[in-house]
Design a binder for this molecule. Sequence first.
Ligand SMILES: [Zn+2]
Length: 182
Amino acid sequence: MIATMILMMMVSGSQAADLRWGTNAHEFLMDEAFSYESPACLEQLKKGSADVDAFEHQFSLELSYQHAMRAPYQSVETARTKMLAFIAQAYKDAREALARGDADTSCFQRGRGLHPIQDSTSPVHEGFQVWDPYLNPLQILDHGDQPFSKETLEALRADPPRLQRTIDLMRETDTAGMLAPH
Ligand SMILES: [Zn+2]
């Protein structure tokens, strides 16, 4: 366990790094899906998504659902339920921020809520794959910005149907999320 944490820190450097599409891929997806938003909002959308990948969150198996994965002891159904609750809470916060005129916070919370949706189409996440770098440290190298990552911006752009599916899912989630429940 200690060895794995050290490996994660070595490969991660000072930036967040693992449970995600690479940083560039996350930012590219926001630009593509929400090109109609203001530059200020787009910046907050990206910050919100990056917040979910923050380095201090990288060691938790329990929070794998925030990246559309699951802990080894969770079922797919448990992880999906937790992920949907996480998204719903972020959009509740986004709607409340907007209602009080805080557009920046609203866009930031939308970015947080969209993060698991972005991750959900990654080849090394989709279908709620198990995240267990303590048992399988080499798994780290497939992810995020790592040397053998399967989720770089290049990988995403080389797969147009996957890219389009991700953008569609992000827009659908965002539209539904910003509709206040009646
Ligand atoms: Zn992630």
